[in-house]
Each structure stands twice: as C-alpha cells, then as structure tokens.
Design a binder for this molecule. Structure first.
Ligand code: NCD
Ligand code: ZN
Ligand code: ZN
Length: 347
C-alpha cells in the first residue's frame, strides 16, 4: 500500500519561536502556511510577562502573518513565568483569552531563559492559580545544575522537579515540551491524563551523533540536546503510537546563520519550512500513517481544550530537496534537513 497523497485535518504547531521584527517577518509564513494556530513561546528580550506585552506581541504576529499572505493565522500566546509572578494576573490573562498557557523556563536552561524561574517553589502560588483557572503549564524540562551531565538534564529534571510538581498540582495541565529521552516518554505515559508532551521533528530524526558527524555541526544543536539512539527510538515509538498524550510541537527556533556558526553558537533548529513533511517521513518509516492526523491535528487541541480546526491540508508523495540556505533580505537561515531530500511535499 503506497498512498500518493495524504489529506488530514488542518494541523497546529504547539511550540514555536517566532521572534520579532525582521526575523518574525522572515519566518512566520513558514509556520502559517502549514498550521492554523501555534503556541508562541515568550522567550523574547524582554520576555513576555504581562497581558499587555502578550497582546502587543500577538498583534505583531497577526500583522506579519497577514503581510506574508496568511491573514487567518492564529497565534496562541504564552506568559513567561518569573519568580513571584502574580497568579491572579495570569488567570486574568487566561480569562481574557490572551494567555492560552504559561511557560516555565528554569533560569539559564536555554535560549532566552535568563529571567526564568530560579526555584519552582517561587512559582507555586502561580501554579495554584493556573490549576484553578484550568490554564496549562508548558515546561522546558532541564535542570541547570552544572554538576549534572548535559545529556542527563532532562531525566534529572523529572526526578528533582517535574514529578513533584505533578504530584502537588494533580489538576494542572502540564505539557512536557520537546521531550528527548525514553525517561520523559515513560513519565508522560504513566502520568494522568493531565500530562502530555510535544515532540520535535529533529528529536525523531537525529541522535547526538549528528552534532559530531565528520566535524562540529552547529545546525544539529538545540536544547534539550539530542540524546543516544535508544532515546530517539523511544520517542518515535511514543509519537507514532496513537496515544493522545503526544502531539506536534516543532520547537522551530531560528537563529541567523552567523549566530549558529560561532565560538558560542546559539541553540535552536529552524525546522519550520518542512515541518509537516519531516514528521510525515517518520510516521511513514514507522508504518504509522494512520496515526499522523491524530498527532498533528487532534491530540493537541483536545489536550488544550480547544476546537479542532476546520479544513484540511494535503501532502503528496513528490520528492523535494531542502535548500541549503533560506535568505530573507539580510537574514540567512539554515533549515533542518538542509541539502537532504524529503519524500513528501505539502500541496
Ligand atoms: C529555543 C530558542 O532558540 O528560543 N532553542 C532551542 O534550542 N530549543 C529555546 C528552547 O525552546 O529551549
Ligand atoms: Zn525549550
Ligand atoms: Zn522552544
């Protein structure tokens, strides 16, 4: 059985970095041409910590998407949690339809996390308010303890932080973002229905060897960093299983090429241009095409308590080569799969 086209309900991306200004203008069309909605990460400088900031940022995104030819695109905004943040403000932003969720960045865990949470106890009142308001928590799940090996930071975060948060707030919806380990997949599977995870295309395609293939490969570097092959295989199994706990979140994280290829290169992979085709390749390789629509278009909205999209997108089995570079004015980006062939193409 080799289908030549695949039509699914229009999908959403539950984890994107759209940035701002010229970068936003350069990248938003790639997300908006595939996805009806996207959960937009708040790790800007300065971070999005107030309702007003989120409203302004949302308007910028809507305007940039419209200018790129996608007037219907719906950005779903998130609040950046900081120590002591006011839970009542978060709940109000949620009730007003501005904050769809709030994001926990452990301080210094990743790009744009310098203002993040230094100790999860400092946001416990906010988490209580979120639990009461039915407002989901998105989590970058890594400890920052320098004594913990970088490849173990996600697994240790489950032991030291996330397990406790989930026990202390049994009614809080938690999305364990961009999971990279077998431990994370198992944690999510065994937790209650209020705990889910997003999985990126890169963590389904590459293991940590990709960062060292013949030399240092900055475009395979993101956080959490790719792990051993055994973890990649566990993620593929979880994502393609049909379980409603796992859904699409690309974590597309554009950085200009000169900010990646430098002495201290930025973490983040720009996977938006071919995100759907990249995921679809995995589902096909795993013999799980029947579960692709659930992962891409159904599990996410159901978990967030949002309506499924109307309309469809169609992919056709037509090989395409991913360009080595994507240029927009002065901005130069290297996309995920640069120079490689993909078997499917979004119509
Ligand atoms: C993200 C970014 O560049 O904003 N980078 C990344 O490697 N994933 C931050 C994040 O999602 O952790
Ligand atoms: Zn992250
Ligand atoms: Zn991210």
């Amino acid at each position: 059985m080799t289908e030549t086209t695949l039509t699914i309900r229009r999908p959403d991306d539950w984890h994107v970095h759209l940035r701002r200004d010229a970068m936003l203008e350069a990248v938003v069309g790639y997300t908006a041409r595939q996805f009806a909605r996207a959960i937009v990460m708040p790790n800007l400088a300065p971070p999005i910590t107030t309702i007003e900031m989120a409203r302004d940022y949302r308007a910028e995104i809507v305007a940039a998407a419209a200018a790129a030819g996608h007037p219907g695109f719906v950005p779903l905004m998130t609040a950046y949690l900081i120590d002591g943040i006011d839970g009542a403000m978060l709940a109000r932003g949620h009730a007003e339809g501005v904050f769809v969720a709030a994001k926990l960045y452990p301080a210094h865990a990743t790009t744009g996390s310098a203002h993040g949470v230094t100790d999860v106890a400092r946001i416990y009142p906010a988490l209580e308010a979120m639990e009461r308001a039915g407002m989901p928590l998105c989590v970058h799940g890594e400890v920052t303890d320098p004594a913990v090996d970088v490849f173990d930071r996600e697994a240790v975060f489950i032991e030291r932080v996330l397990g406790q948060v989930v026990r202390d707030f049994p009614g809080l919806k938690v999305i364990f973002e961009h999971i990279t380990t077998a431990e994370a997949a198992a944690f999510v599977e065994s937790a209650g229905p209020n705990v889910a995870a997003t999985v990126t295309p890169q963590h389904l395609h590459i293991n940590r060897n990709a960062m060292f293939a013949g030399g240092l490969r900055p475009h395979a570097y993101c956080l959490p960093v790719a792990k051993r092959e055994v973890h990649r295989l566990a993620l593929r199994k979880a994502a393609t299983s049909g379980s409603p706990k796992f859904f699409l979140g690309t974590d597309t994280a554009p950085h200009e090429v000169h900010r990646k290829e430098m002495d201290c290169g930025c973490a983040g992979i720009f996977n938006a241009p071919h995100a759907l085709e990249s995921y679809l390749a995995v589902f096909e390789e795993e013999g799980a095409l029947a579960h692709f629509e659930g992962f891409a278009s159904e599990h996410g909205p159901r978990f967030y308590g949002l309506p499924l999209n109307e309309g469809t997108v169609t992919l056709e089995r037509v090989a395409q080569e991913v360009p080595a570079r994507i240029e927009h004015g002065a901005i130069s980006l290297v996309p995920f799969h640069a120079g490689q062939a993909l078997n499917w193409r979004l119509v």
